[in-house]
Design a protein around this ligand. Structure first.
Ligand code: CA
Length: 223
């Protein structure tokens, strides 16, 4: 899951992005609205965390432009303001949720995960596919009740496939959503990680559709 954090408070942006990265997210940051706007329009993110008080204009201004232009990705607004009118302005500009500063980074994480799940049509924190489960809160994966150890990168890849299932996901979509912009993998890296996942989960669980990508298949039996 790849998130863009638009926040001009450098210390806050750094602390929050570190906490989100520790939780396994890919985080990119922008220190103002215009850079954020550029990234939102050129990169693919699963969600945006948007500060309302930005040096080059109120966050709601950028947000309502995105919505006007049909950009419908989930947006969580950060606001230092307690007043209901500011939150209402955020929602009417198209925000999906908000967190008031000061906040616990854990709260931002939970809200972001919930937003991304809902945007993929899932409302429950535990994703499942046949005998396979993925708890998006704890990051733990089980197969027929047995815990499976995955590396952080394998877990990210699996979480994305599970969120998308039963849709087929192309390699370019995976490389945009599962890997950092500065560390975009060649397709060989994706192949290697897919084959490791297959070894751990059972090869028939991840189907390759030639020329199209990968698809998670729900299988009720263990590997
Ligand atoms: Ca600010």
């Amino acid at each position: 899951m790849k998130v863009l954090l638009i926040e001009d408070d450098h210390a806050l942006a750094q602390a929050l992005s570190e906490a989100l990265r520790d939780a396994g997210l890919i985080v990119e940051t922008a220190p103002n609205g215009s850079e954020g706007d550029f990234l939102v329009r050129t990169e693919r993110y699963d969600a945006v965390v948007l500060d309302l008080g930005l040096p080059d204009g109120d966050g709601t201004r950028w947000l309502s432009q995105w919505r006007d232009d049909g950009l419908d990705l989930p947006v969580l607004i950060l606001t230092a303001r307690e007043r209901w009118s500011d939150k209402a302005a955020g929602f009417s500009a198209g925000a999906d949720d908000y967190v008031t500063k000061p906040f616990e980074t854990g709260e931002v994480l939970f809200r972001l995960r919930a937003l991304v799940r809902r945007s993929h049509g899932h409302s429950h924190p535990v994703l499942s596919s046949g005998a396979l489960t993925f708890d998006t809160h704890s990051g733990s994966v089980t197969l027929a009740g047995r815990p499976i150890n995955l590396t952080a990168q394998e877990a990210r890849l699996l979480a994305y496939l599970m969120h998308a299932a039963p849709r087929t996901v192309s390699r370019s979509e995976l490389s945009e959503h599962v890997y950092d912009r500065d560390h975009e993998p060649d397709s060989n890296v994706i192949d290697v990680q897919i084959s490791r996942l297959r070894r751990k989960l059972g090869s028939e669980r991840i189907e390759t559709l030639r020329g199209q990508g990968y698809r998670l298949v729900a299988i009720e039996t263990p590997a």
